[in-house]
Design a protein around this ligand. Structure first.
Ligand SMILES: [Zn+2]
Length: 181
């Protein structure tokens, strides 16, 4: 399920983040959100996502739920929010064989559109991350002018930045401030 982690962070960031990578950004909604998020997927899923009526509104709602789950302050609150999403989207485990791949487990939502299917996948992914890594693996980028969320799947919980670009920016800033002092 760790393959879902970057997609979860990207959806939350596209829909809710106001500064990213050193500059301010406008949270996306409606058609813009649907188009930008659909671009994360291959042709088939992308087309299915864009074909959903009100895809942007549904994605924005899912992004808000994910953000609240990621950034919940207490583990009990976080667990309750994730459990509520699993129920809401009717996440169901089943084995799927994609072309050229061995059977692997999906947790698509069992009712609704492609957005609800992803809701089931994402809610289950968060549950498995909490189960496997603990409740503290979700954070906000520490680089200057960036509020993007990230999911930390490193072995030693060492992640502090949303992207390699922000890691590089933060390193450069630290180097400059050392040289000036
Ligand atoms: Zn960042």
């Amino acid at each position: 399920m760790t393959r879902q982690a970057p997609l979860i962070a990207e959806l939350v960031n596209l829909a809710t983040t106001r500064s990213r990578g050193g500059g301010s950004v406008k949270p996306l909604s409606g058609e813009d959100l649907a188009t930008a998020f659909a671009a994360q997927f291959g042709d088939r899923t992308s087309a299915a996502l864009r074909a959903v009526p009100d895809a942007g509104e549904r994605l924005a709602e899912l992004a808000t739920e994910l953000r609240h789950a990621l950034l919940a302050e207490r583990p009990a609150d976080q667990a309750a929010r994730i459990n509520a999403m699993i129920r809401k989207y009717g996440a169901q485990p089943y084995l799927v064989e994609d072309v050229g791949q061995p059977f692997h487990l999906h947790f698509h939502g069992s009712f609704g559109t492609q957005v609800e299917a992803l809701g089931g996948e994402f809610a289950t992914a968060l549950a498995l991350i909490v189960d496997g890594y603990g409740p503290d693996r979700f954070g906000i980028c520490e680089a200057h002018q960036c509020e993007a969320v990230y999911i930390d799947l490193t072995r030693n919980a060492s992640r502090r930045y949303c992207s390699t670009a922000c890691t590089a920016r933060a390193k450069t800033a630290a180097y400059r401030s050392r040289r000036q002092s």
